[in-house]
Design a binder for this molecule. Structure first.
Ligand SMILES: [Zn+2]
Length: 309
C-alpha cells in the first residue's frame, strides 16, 4: 500500500473507532450543550445603552499639505460635514459619532475607529482627480462623480460605526456589509438624487481598475474588501433591485450584465430585511422625513458650482 493510501486507511479506522466507541455521540452531545449555552448567553446579553438622535459631531482639521488647502476651503465653505451631520442625525446612537476630515501623511484612506470616522484629504484629492471631465451618457455629471464617491466613503465608514456602536450582528464580510449600508442609505434619497449618487459612486469604483495590476495578484484576492469591479457591480445591482425603472438603462446598456440583474431584486430584498430588522429600530422616524429636503436643497447649489469648475 502506498504511504498515501495507508494514511487514508488509518484515517478511516480512526473515524470508525470513534463511532463504535460512542465517542462521537458523546462529542455531539457536548457540542450541542455548548451551542445551547451560547444561545442562552446571546439571549441574555444586556440591552444596548440608551441611544438618541442628533449624535453626529464633525471636525475640519486643517491640512498639513498646502496643496490640499483648496479642498479644505471648499468643503468648509460648502458646509459638507454639516450636511452629512443633518443626513445622519436620525440615527439613534448611544454615544456621539464624529465625522472628521484630516491629513493622513500622504495616504489616500478613510476609516472608522473609536467613534470617529476619518476621511483623508488625500482620498478627496484622488476623488477629484478621477472625476469625469465630461458628462457621461447615463446623465452623470462631473459633480456626481465627486459627490457620489465622497458620500459613499462617508456612508461606508458610518456603516462600520453603526455596526460597532449599535452592536449589529454582521453575517458575511463586514466590508461588503458596509458597502450595502451605504447603497441602502443613498437609495433613501429622492429618486433623482439616489440615481446620481449611486452612479457617481459606481463610476469611481469602475475607474479603480488599474490595467497594470494583474487580477491574479494574491493581495487583491485576499483583501478584506471585494475587488473594485465587484463593489461597482454590487452597488449597481442593489440599485437596480430597488428600482428597476429608475435604473433600467444600466441593464439595457449592458453596464450591469443581464445575468446578474436577474437576482438583484432578491439581493435588495435581503438587504431591506436586514436594514429594517437591525438598523430600523435605531432610526428616529420623524427626523428621517426631513432627509430628502435637506439633501436636495443643500446639494443642488454645490453641484452647479462643481460642474462649472
Ligand atoms: Zn470598510
Amino acid at each position: 500500500m502506498s504511504p498515501q493510501l495507508d494514511h487514508l486507511q488509518s484515517h478511516r479506522t480512526t473515524v470508525s473507532d470513534v463511532v463504535r466507541s460512542g465517542l462521537l455521540s458523546r462529542s455531539l452531545a457536548a457540542v450541542t450543550a455548548i451551542l445551547l449555552g451560547a444561545m442562552a448567553a446571546i439571549g441574555s446579553v444586556d440591552a444596548a445603552p440608551r441611544a438618541k438622535p442628533d449624535q453626529i459631531r464633525y471636525k475640519y482639521i486643517r491640512p498639513t499639505d498646502p496643496s490640499h488647502q483648496a479642498i479644505y476651503d471648499q468643503i468648509k465653505q460648502g458646509r459638507a460635514l454639516e450636511l452629512l451631520q443633518q443626513l445622519l442625525s436620525p440615527l439613534r446612537l448611544p454615544h456621539p459619532l464624529t465625522l472628521k476630515v484630516a491629513s493622513c501623511d500622504g495616504v489616500p484612506d478613510a476609516w472608522y475607529g473609536d467613534e470617529v470616522v476619518t476621511l483623508c484629504y488625500e482620498l478627496l484629492a484622488e476623488i477629484l482627480k478621477n472625476a469625469t471631465t465630461r458628462d457621461l451618457p447615463a446623465g452623470v455629471s462631473k459633480a456626481d462623480t465627486i459627490l457620489g464617491p465622497a458620500l459613499d466613503v462617508f456612508l461606508h465608514e458610518t456603516g462600520h460605526a453603526v455596526f460597532d456602536m449599535l452592536q449589529i450582528p454582521v453575517l458575511g464580510r463586514e466590508e461588503d456589509a458596509a458597502d450595502q449600508f451605504s447603497a441602502y442609505v443613498m437609495l433613501r434619497l429622492s429618486k433623482a438624487e439616489a440615481r446620481r449618487m449611486i452612479l457617481g459612486a459606481a463610476y469611481l469604483r469602475a475607474k479603480e481598475l488599474p490595467e497594470a495590476e494583474p487580477l491574479s495578484s494574491r493581495d487583491k484576492f485576499s483583501d478584506e474588501h471585494s475587488m473594485p469591479a465587484q463593489r461597482a457591480f454590487n452597488v449597481l445591482c442593489i440599485a437596480y433591485g430597488a428600482d428597476k425603472k429608475l435604473f433600467a438603462d444600466i441593464v439595457a446598456n449592458d453596464i450591469l450584465p443581464k445575468q446578474r440583474a436577474e437576482t438583484c431584486e432578491i439581493d435588495y430584498d435581503d438587504l431591506t430585511f436586514a436594514m429594517t430588522a437591525l438598523i430600523g429600530p435605531h432610526i428616529d422616524k420623524t427626523s428621517a422625513r426631513k432627509f430628502h429636503e435637506v439633501w436636495t436643497r443643500t446639494v443642488s447649489a454645490r453641484r452647479t458650482r462643481l460642474n462649472r469648475q
